[in-house]
Design a protein around this ligand. Structure first.
Ligand SMILES: Cc1ncc(C[n+]2csc(CCOP(=O)(O)OP(=O)(O)O)c2C)c(N)n1
Ligand SMILES: [Mg+2]
Length: 757
């Protein structure tokens, strides 16, 4: 029998537009309600239904939040068609999450699922004078007056309400939510003044399908790993289980089966469809999380009304019977029943309330439509990569911590600037010690960084000098390391995460690309998560071979909007650059990457064994570089300029000698030092100054740094000059000596120059 012809399904239920169906369902449900209202009106603080922890007052406000959320959804569906709203993923069926907002504080940082309309409407009550309807309408309309993102995305976000805007990448916010929870505790341990009360918890919500994502599992695992060691991790994971992800059903009972017995993740099941029944369980979960400081998993039963988004015509892929059955579980019908049963509203009052909120939502949308949009490129990118050069320089060169550093280094005579010239690893290590003296809120963490001091001993001694509260090993999970970094930054600390090898950055790349680097942009500069991420990088290692210890993939970082990338080739520059990066993080909230060339960590010689010419004196702490500032070797030379960075610098200097001998040319070598943003003006200047150009790029041919350098040269009008590129091959790096076949060599540089002769 044709399912659609089933007599129990009224014709209007076959409507493709399920928003209209749900809207009518609500009205009809109220009109046809046959129950008996409570005999007498109970006071505002009495249970809304017998035995419920939810009082009448709680219920009235929660139900209002649900109605606001619902009518924002309905409004979005109507106005999307008119091109006045640009986003239709709704909260319908999930409005019970308002309970979580009511039972937490507006200072509990919240990282929210996209179905959080109810939560937001309820959280807005926590501060006077805020209007969830207008704020949401501005966001739906992509107006630049949108207080969350300034019109950059439809996000749930609010600075005063501690709702940090999230991207659409499901599960990507869980590691930073855990990181924020850990940071609350870490901040207390190091005596850092937190921006929120000390007993705050971090809240993060997500869907049932998202709970399976590797990034979500990372957070669950790390939370349990932390609690297993009896360390606090006050994070409230709220899994809003509607049983489906777009069109894929979650196996029946999977969330309960998977999480209810998980060690060190304390599980609470809540009926999110029923305010009267669910309220107490939410209260228990929140209380548990706040008082025990243990990771808490709140399994909130929800349903999904009106499809995944406005573009999801469920009727095309689900039977009408199934749809109708789902719609019958609409939590707003249950709330309506409670309201009528408890005598909170008469039918007429309830319908009037329903229509009144509808009107307010459409009026707000009308107003939002009149508000300005982002109309210039300058406006769009304004919050992406703020840079105040003078303030950054002042902070980078600030050297008011003499007393602390003298103590840490063991006396005035032991200060590193008074020691002989040393190699890169030692000078990075010294610079990190200095940064730790300068910033009491700096933390360094990663794999093996503490007692061992990192694989290459670059962080040696920091753990001893600054203790395990500031220098610590994490679990082996790069996604989590970068999630932690965001959490510490959210709480106002200066995270210096270490990624053990560049190859292992890639499996956590989204935490920087999608999350950290995007926060200032999507929050319209209201939130920032500054950090200095150190990554042991690049090729030419002699001790430890193979691709994964010699990864030269730089483009994966270079395409991240707003990121700053520094790559030193020598110890003195590294120290000056680290100071600048920390200052960029402090002053402008920038997310910074520092690519440390492993092969140069221990390099002492330049031209010949024992010459010691690749060791440099430690610059005193008042010295720093300007972002983009290049190092110029032989500035007077004009026959040939070599642009390079990292390992390419000593290689090019050696090649330059050979070229001078062979061709009689004077060779200028430019160490770019900053790989993002590239200093295009400096590149153009040097290219203009010299007769010939070679670009030495240890990255890969199709995606390195060189193509950016050459573009800058061509765009500046120097494209006609004789030019060669020496660049890595588009391949993975093989083990042992074969590695040198795929990476540029001194000889390749000389050959390129000769080809220009
Ligand atoms: C990493 C990632 N992969 C895929 C998507 C596309 N996508 C958006 S929502 C979604 C389903 C999520 O389902 P669930 O977690 O159950 O949340 P619900 O929408 O049901 O509330 C998918 C696959 C995405 N946003 N992010
Ligand atoms: Mg779901």
């Amino acid at each position: 029998m044709n399912a659609i012809a089933t007599p129990t399904i009224p014709a209007r239920h076959k409507n493709v537009n399920r928003a209209e169906v749900c809207d009518q369902n609500f009205v009809e449900f109220v009109q046809s309600w046959q129950g008996q209202p409570a005999a007498s009106r109970s006071p505002a603080d009495a249970p809304v239904l017998p035995g419920s922890l939810c009082t009448r007052q709680d219920f009235i406000e929660l139900f209002d939040s649900q109605l606001i959320s619902r009518h924002l959804d309905l409004m979005a569906r109507v106005l999307r068609v008119k091109n006045k709203v640009f986003y239709t993923i709704g909260s319908s069926g999930h409005e019970g999450n308002a309970m979580v907002a009511r039972l937490t504080r507006h200072t509990d940082p919240a990282f929210l699922h996209y179905r959080s309309g109810g939560f937001m409407a309820e959280r807005f009550r926590k501060l006077p004078g805020m209007d969830p309807i207008m704020d949401s309408a501005l966001s739906f309309a992509a107006s630049k007056d949108d207080p969350a993102s300034g019109g950059r995305h439809k996000v749930w976000g609010s600075k005063p309400l501690w709702v940090l805007p999230q991207t659409s990448t499901i599960a990507s916010h869980l590691p930073k939510a855990l990181g924020t929870a850990v940071a609350i505790e870490q901040g207390k341990r190091i005596g850092h003044a937190l921006p929120i009360p000390e007993d705050s918890i971090a809240i993060c919500s997500f869907g049932d399908a998202s709970a399976n994502h590797a990034t979500a599992q990372t957070a669950f695992n790390a939370a349990a790993w932390t609690a297993y060691q009896k360390l606090p991790a006050p994070v409230l994971f709220v899994c809003e289980d509607n049983g489906i992800g777009i069109s894929v059903k979650t196996p029946a009972d999977w969330i309960h089966a998977s999480f209810s017995g998980r060690r060190d993740l304390d599980y609470f099941a809540v009926d999110g469809l029923d305010l009267a029944a669910g309220y107490e369980a939410v209260a228990r979960a929140v209380y548990h999380c706040r008082t025990t400081r243990r990771p808490t998993f709140l399994h909130l039963r929800t349903t999904r009304i009106m499809g995944h988004a406005g573009t999801d015509f469920e009727i095309e892929w689900r039977s009408v019977e199934e749809l109708v059955a789902v719609e019958a579980t609409d939590p707003l019908l249950r709330s309506a029943a409670i309201a009528l049963e408890a005598g909170v509203y008469t039918k007429e009052q309830l319908l009037a309330r329903y229509e009144d909120i509808r009107k307010r939502c459409f009026a707000a949308a009308d107003e939002a439509d009149r508000r300005p949009k982002l109309t210039s490129l300058a406006e769009v990118v304004a919050p992406l990569a703020p840079y105040h050069p003078d303030a950054v320089a002042a902070e980078a060169k600030r050297a008011d911590y003499d007393e602390r550093r003298t103590k840490v280094f063991g006396g005035p005579e032991k200060l590193p600037e008074k020691q002989p010239a040393r190699h890169l690893a030692i000078q990075i290590n010294n610079a990190l010690h200095d940064l730790f003296c300068k910033h009491p809120e700096a933390l360094l963490f990663g794999e093996d960084v503490a007692q061992k001091g990192g694989v290459y001993t670059v962080t040696k001694g920091l753990h001893k000098a600054f203790k395990g509260t500031r220098v610590f090993n994490t679990l082996l999970d790069e996604t989590l390391i970068l999630g932690l970094a965001q959490g510490f930054a959210n709480m106002g600390m200066l995270p210096i995460p270490e990624i053990q090898y560049l190859a292992y950055f890639h499996n956590a790349c989204d935490q920087i690309r999608g999350e950290a680097a995007s926060l200032q942009f999507f929050s319209n500069a209201q939130y920032r998560n500054p950090m200095v991420m150190r990554i042991a990088s690049l090729g030419y290692q002699r001790g430890f071979g193979g691709h994964f210890h010699n990864d030269n993939s730089i483009a994966a970082l270079r395409d991240i909007p707003g990121l700053v990338i520094g790559c030193p080739s020598r110890g003195d520059d590294a120290a000056r650059m680290l100071r600048t990066l920390a200052a960029l993080a402090k002053v402008d909230g920038r997310v910074c990457a520092f690519l440390e060339p492993i092969a140069l960590y221990m390099t002492k010689d330049l031209y010949a064994a024992g010459d010691g010419q690749w060791q440099f004196a430690y610059p005193p702490p008042s010295e720093a570089l300007t972002l983009g500032e290049e190092r110029v070797y032989a500035p007077e030379a004009k026959d040939l300029v070599i642009f390079t960075f990292g390992n390419g610098v000593p290689m090019s200097l050696r090649a330059a000698r050979e070229i001078e001998t062979a061709l009689g040319w004077k060779v200028r070598v430019i160490d770019l030092r900053w790989l993002l943003p590239l200093n295009e003006a400096a590149i153009a200047r040097h290219a203009g100054d010299c007769a010939r150009i070679v670009v030495v790029d240890e990255g890969r041919r199709s995606a390195g740094v060189g193509e950016g350098v050459i573009t800058a040269i061509v765009e500046a009008g120097h494209g006609a000059k004789p030019l060669k590129r020496v660049v890595g091959v588009d391949t993975y790096t093989p083990l042992a000596g074969a590695a040198l076949l795929v990476l540029p060599s001194d000889g390749d540089i000389v050959a390129a120059a000769k080809a220009l002769a």
